[in-house]
Design a protein around this ligand. Structure first.
Ligand code: BDR
Ligand code: CA
Length: 323
């Protein structure tokens, strides 16, 4: 698509529910470029709620989103305590790497669930884009089941068709609050799912941070420092150093959930029956998909994004951050 045609794309209206988180910030940057961001809501996940809310506000400063309302939401999973935050990938602040920043403003409210319900009922054609644990979305659907059919869809980063990243079965966003995820997957809303097997196809190596750094603006430099930490984690977990560490692929998970609605031509989708396992002793938090060729198509309700043009998707993410 040419640059002119790119500018003629319709920008989907989105509410981003997030737990920033390095890749959440990148996703907000992609949405700032290609969507109309109606609102941002925050949830505990990668880090405690106070951190994810501060980090979302930092992201609105980075991407000139001063007019976008930010509301904080659930401080923990539906069933009480969490299994832990993602301090390895995101550090204690949730955004380790760059020097800490103080956002230029505070949150607009602390009742994200009511805010999501009101926003969905008011807006036409709204996409929900949850890129953290699904606690806020589940609570909104529980209190207002009508919103399931009001939204255009829910584009989720979460789950996997293969292995997890917290346990061998469970991906972080689903593992953090499996009951919430199960309620969302059972809600009847139109779901699009970007799981780990997809997001690992959209991965950045050290060149990504270098390109951001070379651009030399405050936003690109901040994102470069985020990526040094985040891509460094990918390398550290594999025990890589030197050139091998530079080449280590760091999956750009959360931007995929945005690109899957703004640039669907970069992806292929398979409609599958997906259920969230909440009871299994080995498999709690797993997204179990019926991939049998003879599976009943009437039960297949989730648009699972199964493959990507990785290099083009990574280039789209990078381009959105070169402000
Ligand atoms: C997901 O978990 C978080 O650490 C990331 O922000 C992403 O949303 C990947 O498993
Ligand atoms: Ca996230």
């Amino acid at each position: 698509m040419t640059v002119a045609a790119e500018s003629e794309r319709i920008r989907p209206r989105v509410l981003i529910d997030c737990d920033p988180g390095h890749d959440d910030v990148l996703a907000i940057g992609v949405a700032a470029r290609h969507c109309h961001i109606v609102a941002i809501t925050t949830v505990a996940g990668n880090s405690p709620l106070v951190n994810t809310t501060r980090n979302a506000l930092i992201a609105t400063d980075l991407f000139a989103l001063g007019q976008v309302p930010v509301h904080s939401g659930a401080a923990g999973p539906l069933n009480g305590s969490s299994g832990g935050f993602a301090t390895g990938a995101h550090g204690r602040s949730g955004l380790d790497g760059p020097l800490p920043r103080t956002p230029s403003r505070g949150a607009d409210g602390d009742d994200a669930v009511s805010f999501i319900i009101e926003t969905v009922r008011r807006e036409e054609g709204l996409w929900l884009v949850p890129i953290g644990p699904l606690t806020n979305i589940a609570l909104a659907l529980r209190r207002a089941p009508d919103i399931a059919s009001r939204v255009t869809g829910i584009s989720i980063m979460g789950g996997s068709l293969t292995h997890g990243n917290v346990t061998s079965a469970a991906e972080f966003n689903i593992w953090f609050d499996p009951e919430a995820a199960a309620e969302v997957f059972n809600s009847g809303a139109a779901l699009r799912m970007c799981g780990l097997d997809l997001t690992h196809q959209v991965a950045a190596d050290g060149r990504f941070a270098d390109a951001l750094s070379a651009h030399g603006t405050d936003t690109s430099q901040f994102c470069a420092e985020l990526m040094h930490f985040y891509q460094g984690y990918a390398a550290r977990t594999q025990g890589l150093t030197g050139e091998a560490a530079y080449a280590a692929p760091a999956p750009l998970h959360d931007p995929c959930a945005v690109l899957a609605i703004t640039h669907p031509e970069l992806f292929s989708i398979q409609r599958l029956h997906v259920v969230v396992e909440t009871a299994g002793t080995q498999t709690r938090g797993m997204t179990h998909a019926d991939t049998r060729p003879w599976a009943n198509p009437a039960e297949a309700t989730v648009d699972v994004v199964v493959s990507a043009d990785g290099p083009r998707a990574v280039a789209m993410v990078l381009d959105a951050l070169l402000l």
